[in-house]
Structure formats: structure tokens, C-alpha cells
Ligand binder design. Sequence first.
Ligand code: AMP
Length: 524
Amino acid sequence: MTEQETTFQSMNLSPSVLKAVQSMGFEEPSPIQKKTIPLILEGHDLIGQAQTGTGKTAAFGVPIVERLDHRSKRVQALVLAPTRELAIQVSEEITKIGKFAGVKVVPIYGGQSYDRQIRALEHGAQVVIGTPGRVMDHIRRGTLKLDHVKMMVLDEADEMLDMGFIEDVEFILQNVPEERQTLLFSATVPDPIAKLSRRYLKEPVHVNISPERLTVPLIDQAFYEVREYEKLDALTRILDMEGAERTIIFCRTKKRVDELTEGLQARGYTAEAIHGDLNQVQRNRVMKRFKEGGSEILVATDVAARGLDIENVSHVINYDLPQDTESYVHRIGRTGRAGRTGTAISLIHPKEFRQLRQMERILRVRLQRRPLPTMADVAEKQREALKQRLADEIQRGVLPAYQDLVMQLAEEYDSVDIAAAAVRLMVDKGRDTGTEEFGETGAEPGMVRLFLNLGRMDRVTPADIVRGMAEGAGIQGSVIGLIDIYDRFTFVEMPKDAVKKVLQNVGSIMIRGKSVNLEPARPR
Ligand code: AMP
């Protein structure tokens, strides 16, 4: 099997691990995982050259969980990490991978009380993740028994070297059974690390995922520094500020795609998700709407976006950085096609700066750092856009009827006041959340009632209707309100935005295999 075809399914993983990676939202193994997991499962020692963000934790986490003897409660795998943050992160990731197998993972690091860690260790830890100093202390105190360790991982070995941990690491290596598998992950392999691996690894396979030389399309590339909690808010400001028209936003997992899509929809953007859980028919519908301008934002995983031919995208946004440089080039290549200029924007957590720098080195580009727009910036931008629209309107020529009207008002009011009032009316109308445009439909306040030409005699159920509308028009099933089924027709209520989508996409809505007629209802 070629590496391209390697999937989690093809790796012969146990059902519990497969289920775990699925529930973590991983669609396919990252490049480092494709290369290393099979080798580690075969029992090889290994040097993996990869940065944080490449999926290296699961690259060793998956085989660790696979190779554990689940009946034994002794420490069977030991991971050394340079910092407490990384130790906690790795421990969380392995806990998730081992969730359905019931694996016990314990992080031990400096700064936390020994008692607590000792209790956790006594409770039966199968995988221990620790910082070198603290692990060494536990060995010396006799509170960490390593005689059943069969897998040993040095994570971010070059960092451990930089932080002066190398002697501690050696001490620990001398205190684990010689009959073991040793894995070393490091972004770079300086001499002391190469020496260490010669001493402590047995015929290691060297895996490097630095890509070939890649050609970067000539487009505007920028990044914003953003923390996780403020990502969505930052994204919406950036979207407003950039005047993004047709945008593809990339996330790392299906779960993140779904969450982000919902978040954007709730904020009034017409965003739709595309990922591996959608079947071909659903994907085609989503793509059709995006291409025809029915939705302005497509939120995608790398896997789903592969092979999509989408033109004229104004912005590509990396909500999460991709796991390798090639994917970055792939992603951003979707903007600026056919001689048009495009913009690629990446949201970067400070933790990811190293990965960003490495990417810039490989690609020989520099991403321009931009300050996050403030609310005031966005408001100013909107004012500018409004001014422009008004100026365009004046250019277009003013209608005599309106001129007359203004002149009449001008006899009584100041002309600047008249214009300001007119602008306010215009802006408020844009913001209108009412449902007047559909006339009185007899719905609950804030909702619009639609008339659907299928009823009990067509054997439709509320579930059929919700599914048909959600799939055909891309609305969220949960926004649909009252459904009143009569013999030959049905009334369905939903908010205005959903109605608009439904009416735009009537042609794609199928209910019980039938195409439908839908229109705003007349009050009864
Ligand atoms: P790491 O390089 O291990 O720090 O991983 C970076 C992030 O990528 C973590 O949030 C992982 O949960 C996530 N991740 C790891 N493997 C995959 C995968 N195959 N697909 C999607 N996300 C992944």
C-alpha cells in the first residue's frame, strides 16, 4: 500500500483505538503518523523528525495504546517531555486515544505535590508522561517502578537538550529495561541528540517529514496571533474587516468544522460545512450552493477539500494551521486563481510560532503579521463601506421623485439631518430581524410560516420534513419550529434567515423522494 492510501483503518488498529481517533475527529492519519505508526507497531526503534502540530503525539500515542497489556496495571510506557505543559498535553492526548480501552495515564511534573503523584502512580498507571527532573526524583525515591517498561519515548528531544536535561534523560534511560522499544521525536537532530540515539536506540529507522521544495503561489499571506478562546470572535472581525466574499476556512478536524460552522451561522454568516461525514449527494449540494453564491463561507477539513475545484475564492483562512507544509501550500493555492489576487490568513497560537517559522523557512516566504482588528476598526470599516455605497448611489444619478421629496422636507429641516435620518433608515433596514418582507403568514412572532404541498396522504412525518430541508437547503434542523401536518399540505415555521435559504434552494429539497413546492403561507 502506498503511503497516500494509508488510513487508520488500514493500520490494523483495534476497534477501541479506531473509535477513539474517530471521536477525536481525525479523518486520516497525518503524514508523520502514516510513516511512523506502522513502523512502531512492528516494534522498530525510531527517530521521528517532526514539529509540534504535525500530529506527532498520536504518532507515538496510538502505538503505545495498541501495544499495552491492558490486564497489567504496571507502568509499561514512559514518555519524557521537556515542559510541564507538554507533559499535560501529551497525557491528555493519550488519555483520549486510550479512552475506550480504559488506559490509565498519569502525568508527573515539577511543581505538583509528590503525594498526589504518588497516589496516582499507586492507583495503577500504565502510561507515565513526565518531565525528566521529576521522573528522576520519583525513580530515586522508589515511587516510580520502571521494570515493566517496554516502550520509552523522548518527546521534543532537542528541547530537552536545550533545557539542560540531557543527563537526567540518560539517567532515566539507564533505569528502564534494556529490552524495550525506544522512540525519539525531535524537530532537529543536533550532534548530542544523534549521539544519544546511537547509544540508546537499536537500529533506529529515521523518519523525516520535511517536504520537497514547494512552490508557493504569489498571494498575500498574513497571520494573526490569536488564543484559542478568542478565535471565533477574532475570525468574525477579520472576516468583516477583510470584506471577505467567497472564503474557505480550514479546520483540523470534523468536529472543529462543525463547531465553527454553527458558530458562524449563529452570528449571521452563511457558512456551510464540508467534511468526510457527508455523502456524495450532500457534498454536491453544499458545493453547488457555494459556487452559486448561496453561501459565502465554506468550512472544510483538508481531506474534504482535496479535489474540489473552486474558483475565485477571495480568502483562504487557516483557522487551525495544517499539520504539514505541503497542506499549507495546497490550502492557500485555492485563492488567487486565474490571475486574481487572493489572501491567505492564518490564525496562530503563540505555541505554534515555532511551526510557523519552520514553515516559512521551508517555503522561503514570510507571513505578514497583522494586529487583530478592534471593534472600533470594524465599525470604521463598515462606515467607510456605507460612505462608498452612498457615493456610488449619487454617481448613479438621483431619482427626481426622491429629489422632490427631499426638497419638500428641506423646507422644514436641515438637509444634513434629512440625509442622516435616511441613512439610519437604510442601516436599520439592513439589520432588520423582523419578518415583514414575507407578509403576514400567521406564524409565531419572529417566525415565518411556510406552506408545503405535501401532507398526511403523502405519508410525510416531521422527521422527513426536517431532514429534507436540512439536507436540501443547508439549514439547521433545530431552527425549525412548529410543523402542522394536514391531509394534503403542511405548515412549517422557521426564522427568516432559514426561510430565505429554503426558498432559494427549493429545487434541491426532496421529501420522501419527492420534489416540493414551498411558499410563505397566507394567514388562516
Ligand atoms: P501534536 O503535533 O501532537 O501536538 O498535534 C497537534 C494537534 O493535531 C493536536 O490537537 C492533535 O489532537 C491534532 N491531531 C493529531 N493527529 C491528527 C489527525 N490525524 N487528524 C487531525 N488532527 C490531528
